[in-house]
Design a protein around this ligand. Structure first.
Ligand SMILES: [Zn+2]
Ligand SMILES: [Zn+2]
Length: 311
């Protein structure tokens, strides 16, 4: 597979996943969003009182946590998110355009990594793809959890959580610093696992779909949501992860599979009926793209610490 084909596959998955999520948001919008659009005085989620049902219950008004009530609505944050995404495409394109493929090729030529060795032992090649997806998703889970535990990593990851909306474009709201810091870990995982180029593509395609769909402001029918949540991260499960409340925020770190959270005691149940207050306490809504880029160094020169919101 050529570099060009890899880039085409990756870009196609990105566009299709975005269109699928926008389509689902149009067909099955989250009922909490509709209620707020109809009655909210401030337009954003901040005007709504948390009314999470069941175990994902949040009962505290957002203002009690000290955050600023802002005017950001879905229409404004998507521009900031799109700008952050464009910035990331350029920076990551310069630093690492297809470097996962180059590393995969390098490891294969030297027969490095688990799957390159296992293939030599006669294990069916098709097993390599599910093992790759499982292994890389587990690495992503560990990395995401570390982003919530370590102050330095949280400085960058808070950019993702600073969106006071929860919608398809939140999926691309990341600071380039977080993506650059994640790069060595991702490349090391490709080498250690011995991931093939088809494996890299399979994982990136599935990851793109999971990432977009779980950020969709979507209500799934209960008969789909309940069994789906046994294996996969649903929009409701990830919506809980974007809560202002630290108890809810510090749960559901998975991207594709939900069983990592179950296995490592970070799973928090949630359904489409749960209404979650989105965003971060203490941060004004409607940050500009410039403020977003500078967020990780906010307060650094005044000696302020940015504590990860651990429990
Ligand atoms: Zn997070
Ligand atoms: Zn997210």
């Amino acid at each position: 597979m050529t570099e060009f084909e890899y880039q085409v596959a990756k870009s196609s998955a990105f566009v299709l996943a975005l269109l699928l999520t926008l389509g689902l948001q149009f067909l099955r919008p989250h009922s909490g969003s509709i209620a707020r659009r109809g009655t909210g005085r401030h337009g954003g989620r901040d005007s709504a009182r948390s009314e999470a049902h069941g175990p994902a219950h949040g009962s505290t008004d957002g203002r009690a946590h000290g955050q600023t009530v802002g005017q950001a609505g879905g229409q404004s944050s998507w521009r900031v998110n799109a700008t952050a995404w464009a910035f990331n495409v350029v920076i990551l394109g310069v630093v690492c355009a297809g470097c996962a493929c180059a590393v995969s090729r390098w490891a294969e030529a030297r027969e490095l990594g688990l799957l390159n060795r296992v293939e030599m032992l006669g294990v069916h090649a098709w097993l390599a793809l599910p093992i790759t997806v499982l292994g890389m998703d587990f690495v992503s889970y560990v990395w995401h959890r570390a982003n919530h535990r370590l102050s330095l990593l949280w400085r960058f990851h808070q950019v993702h959580h600073s969106d006071s909306n929860f919608t398809a474009t939140t999926a691309v709201r990341f600071h380039f610093g977080e993506l650059l810091l994640a790069l060595p870990l991702r490349l090391a995982a490709v080498i250690v696992l011995g991931v093939s180029i088809p494996g890299v593509i399979a994982f990136e395609v599935l990851f793109a779909f999971a990432n977009f769909v779980e950020h969709g402001d979507i209500d799934l029918p209960r008969w789909i949501e309940a069994p789906m949540a046994l294996l996969f991260i649903t929009p409701a499960l990830h919506r809980r992860h974007h809560s202002r409340e630290s108890e809810l925020l510090n749960s559901n770190y998975g991207t594709i599979f939900s069983f990592w959270d179950r296995a490592f005691h970070s799973f928090g149940p949630s359904t489409s009926e749960a209404e979650i207050q989105i965003g971060l306490p203490g941060l004004a809504d409607g940050l500009s793209a410039r403020e977003l880029i500078l967020l990780p160094i906010r307060g650094v020169f005044r000696g302020e610490r940015s504590e990860a919101p651990r429990l």
